[in-house]
Design a protein around this ligand. Sequence first.
Ligand code: ADP
Ligand code: NA
Length: 330
Amino acid sequence: MGTRRVFSGIQPTADSFHLGNYLGAVRQWVDLQESRETIYCVVDLHAITVPYDPQVLRRRTRIAAAQLFASGLDPERCILFVQSQVPEHAELNWVLGCLTGFGEANRMTQFKDKSAKGGADSASVGLFTYPILQAADILLYQADEVPVGEDQRQHLELSRNLAQRFNHRFGETFTVPAPYILPAVSKITDLQDPTSKMSKSSSSPQGIIDLLDEPAAIRKKINRAVTDAESVVRADDEAKPGVTNLLRIYAALSGEKIDDIAARYGDGGYGGFKKDLGNLVADTFGPIRERTAKHLADTDALDALLEDGARRARAIATATMAQVRDRCGF
Ligand code: ADP
Ligand code: NA
């Protein structure tokens, strides 16, 4: 069997990725280049399922790509492209939409969560059918594996069902993608509210660390992270969610075991531990921030890299679509 092919996408919905995105997605993408054939996509078509500003979207798409290259995605070892530059995504989306039952789509729980605020009536149909476009993204590239966290399991299940349904009805066409369970990086939580996940929609900017934050800002945020009154560095999700989150970040960035880190700092208080962690995060993100700035200072070169990625992605996508069109009777 040849090298297994992985597909994954990320939305360009903020002016920087945050520490949670970095540990939960970006760094995993970089690592997977070693062992897999990797195809990665900035999914701008997914980002327009909610109201948005075209200028902001264009800026964020470039920033997302620049950060991914700066974090270590290597055009020699992966394909990185922007979804809207490969029109086959939208075409396959339609075909798969016609194979998806309304009830089946209606059972996707993320739509209910995401549309909760404004209510389902004011949400777009695009947001409702988002998981079908996600299936099209994956199936177009005949991906063997898709990295998934818990929140994406239901969507991958839909992709698998649609691949099997199409194959059964029209003949063997799609690889049925398997989940690639990410190595145990648990959710990184908000520094000011350590029981909720770090998210771009966090209420306090002090609670999230952006990949593009200045080193001084990173140190300050870690220094002010919410902990507890015990003053002992040890992991305990129930009693010490703040310190446990900091230990998790430390372990993920240093490669050390949480127990070893806790043993080293122990009851020496939080000050020294936070200072070292602040330096660790700042030293990790600093070079990425500088490389991101270089990419963004030369958008012609960045766009050329992305065009080349789209050209290589499209070669695969058009081959799949040629088969699909033939099987569908077009
Ligand atoms: P956000 O929660 O900020 O809106 P997204 O939902 O766009 O972020 O997530 C993009 C990627 O980053 C996904 O792969 C997701 O699993 C990962 N991710 C987001 N937040 C975290 C977090 N706090 N900890 C670990 N991974 C995260
Ligand atoms: Na997500």
